[in-house]
Ligand binder design. Structure first.
Ligand code: PFF
Length: 470
């Protein structure tokens, strides 16, 4: 195990270096949220209005909350609820504040369950491209001689097959469990340190290709033309939810990773790097996917299927299409795995520390629960398509199990968790303790404090209210 930094509590694991922490946190942030959810949300919520409000949310809300979360974790050096409890105790405040992190741990568990379903879709496409490469060889585009309609039908074909989807979901969850069970340095850190650099190389290559070959100008106009009339309460709530989802906030994930950070890591600076990298990948993913969507004449509001339906068509027209397609989905797999690992780590760390279990045992307990919910999510595209668990609430009317979990976590748990985190860090916790952790000084420190105390909770409460009531 890596050497613990000064100040780490006995028996607690640590990242082996600052760059390992950054890679793991960026690995948590960059994932399906950037490549799959961001373009789909932007497409369904009016493009530019959503995107610009999203950037606003990242800078003014996401970044301050991110720093607050890693700071709580680093101070506590424990699972998320215990870290909040320790900071509360050290600040002579009520330990009841730990409920904000308990809610987060539960939300991370819910997200994990449907995240692995989408991870399973990625595995399916890896299989599709691998077999195509095997059949057609390296030269020429993917799926030679096949009609684009047939390629587009791959996704609905998968959606119709509940058993296959449930199986792929369990496979993806199993791989996630394997790495979490191995622990911080030989599992979680290993995945991030080896897979994230590979991800970035593949990602840049594919983005540059998209920019040169697709309908780039139309995509830029679509993503960056700000039309005020499209900025409704619902769009704002969707944007803030996406910012949290993408930065892994409001669900104890970043608190858990912050707990493994050494004392000499500057958390302010590190948070800036994490948020910057995550936002750059989201925007570049939009700029890679929409040119292809426009060039192929596909609809922007295809929702969850957007990335999975549009890109295989593009790979058909590309030289070395099957190999590039395979590389693309392998790259998404890496990004998704580094995120699902963090989603599983938050509840697992809680369970094994709280109940004094061995890490692998806790991993299996949490993983088994996520498997059950994941199968229900997988079936919500077929056998359980008409099952609307929260159908009595207007915001979730006619929303299947999968979309309900996604909506409840991003639109309720994450903003509420973040509001409570801001109140706790900005008003309740001892300011001297907070200042000894945040790595900020001067004007930046004042700005961060003002954002955490006033701007974030107020803006979030207003958006939550408007989004839920409109
Ligand atoms: N940020 C991840 C993504 O964009 O795919 C999803 C995620 C990971 C959310 C970890 C929350 C979390 F704790």
């Amino acid at each position: 195990m890596a050497a613990a930094g000064s100040g780490a509590r006995a028996g607690h694991e640590n990242w082996s270096s600052r760059s390992a922490f950054i890679l793991a946190a960026v690995g948590s942030a960059v994932g399906l949220g950037n490549m799959w959810r961001f373009p789909a949300e932007a497409g369904e919520n009016g493009g530019g209005a959503f995107v610009l409000f999203y950037i606003f949310c990242v800078l003014l809300i996401g970044l301050p909350v991110l720093l607050s979360e890693v700071l709580i974790g680093r101070h506590g050096q424990a699972n998320a609820p215990e870290s909040v409890r320790r900071l509360a105790r050290d600040s002579k405040a009520s330990e009841g504040w730990s409920v904000l992190a308990s809610m987060g741990v539960f939300a991370a568990f819910l997200i994990l369950s449907f995240y692995c379903v989408v991870g399973g879709w990625v595995v399916y496409y890896i299989g599709v491209f691998a077999s195509d490469l095997f059949q057609t060889g390296l030269s020429g585009g993917a799926f030679q001689g096949r009609d684009p309609e047939e390629i587009k039908a791959l996704m609905p074909g998968l959606f119709a097959d509940g058993t296959l989807m449930a199986g792929l979901n369990l496979g993806f969850l199993g791989v996630t469990m394997f790495f979490v069970a191995r622990g911080v340095s030989s599992g979680i850190e290993w995945v991030a340190v080896y897979l994230m650099p590979l991800f970035f190389v593949l990602f840049l290559a594919i983005t540059i290709y998209g920019a040169f070959t697709g309908n780039f100008a139309e995509a830029v106009a679509y993503l960056f033309t700000f039309d005020f009339s499209k900025l409704t309460g619902e769009v704002m709530l969707a944007a803030v939810g996406q910012a949290f989802f993408s930065l892994s906030l409001g669900v104890a994930g970043m608190m858990t990773y912050g707990a493994y950070a050494n004392r000499d890591t500057n958390l302010g600076e590190t948070s800036g790097i994490i948020a910057g990298a995550d936002t750059a990948v989201a925007l570049l993913a939009g700029l890679a996917i929409f040119p292809i969507v426009f060039a192929a004449g596909l609809s922007t509001n295809a929702g969850p299927g957007l990335m999975f339906e549009s890109l295989p068509i593009a790979f058909q027209q590309m030289p070395f299409g099957s190999a590039i397609g395979l590389a693309f989905f392998v790259m998404i797999f890496f990004a998704a795995l580094t995120s699902s690992v963090s989603l599983l780590e938050a509840p697992t760390a809680y369970v094994f520390e709280k109940f004094k279990l061995a890490r692998p045992v806790a991993t299996i307990i949490v993983g088994a629960g996520a498997a059950v919910l994941g199968v229900l999510s997988a079936l919500s595209f077929n056998d359980l398509a008409e099952f609307y668990p929260l159908g009595f609430i207007p915001l979730f009317a006619e929303t299947n199990f999968f979309d309900t979990l996604d909506g409840v976590t991003a639109k309720l748990f994450m903003p509420i968790g973040a509001i409570l985190t801001c109140i706790f860090v900005g008003w309740i916790a001892d300011a001297r303790l907070i200042d000894s952790e945040n790595g900020l000084d001067g004007a930046l420190h004042k700005l961060w404090r003002a954002l955490v105390r006033f701007v974030c909770p107020i803006v979030l409460a207003v958006i939550l209210f408007v989004g839920l009531t409109s």
